[in-house]
Design a binder for this molecule. Structure first.
Ligand code: DQA
Length: 145
């Protein structure tokens, strides 16, 4: 059985590598994608890795995951803090959704402490830098055993 996991990335994550490396680390999104593909191969998961700066595109991809994936890992970026539409899209689909962030959002500005997506997600991983993606993929692999 194919076990497909969508790894979805929201706004500004295409800037990783040069974007505030003291907070987000020095890896580019392409580096993280390569790490996810390697981890996916070890875990027996097909990784479909995407990034967009547009909220509605993330909504469309979550809908696509309903039939197209067994689990979703999502770094919603700042839309996690603002988007009821993403909350609703996560609730609308069947596959488990794991929210992740590179930084520990609870150790940062107060406006980052709340995410509207987290209560709709199966769980949330944050604060482990690029390794948050690998931990999220491992969780996805266990959820779809
Ligand atoms: C982030 C944390 C968000 O608060 C921020 O808006 C981002 C990145 C992270 O991965 O740490 O864009 O999601």
């Amino acid at each position: 059985m194919t076990r497909t996991v969508f790894v979805l990335n929201g706004p500004n994550l295409n800037m990783l590598g040069k974007r505030e490396p003291g907070i987000y680390g020095g890896k580019t999104l392409a580096d993280i994608e390569a790490d996810c593909r390697a981890a996916g191969a070890e875990l027996g998961l097909t990784v479909d890795f995407r990034q967009t700066n547009h909220e509605g595109v993330l909504v469309d991809w979550l809908h696509e995951a309903d039939d197209g994936a067994q689990a979703v890992c999502i770094n919603p970026g700042a839309y996690g803090h603002t988007s009821i539409a993403l909350h609703d899209a996560i609730r609308a689909i069947s596959p488990p959704v794991i929210e992740l962030h590179l930084s520990n959002i609870h150790a940062r500005e107060e406006f980052r402490h709340r995410t509207w997506t987290a209560p709709a997600a199966k769980g949330i991983i944050c604060g482990f830098g690029a390794h948050s993606y690998i931990l999220a993929l491992r969780a996805a692999g266990e959820l779809i055993q």
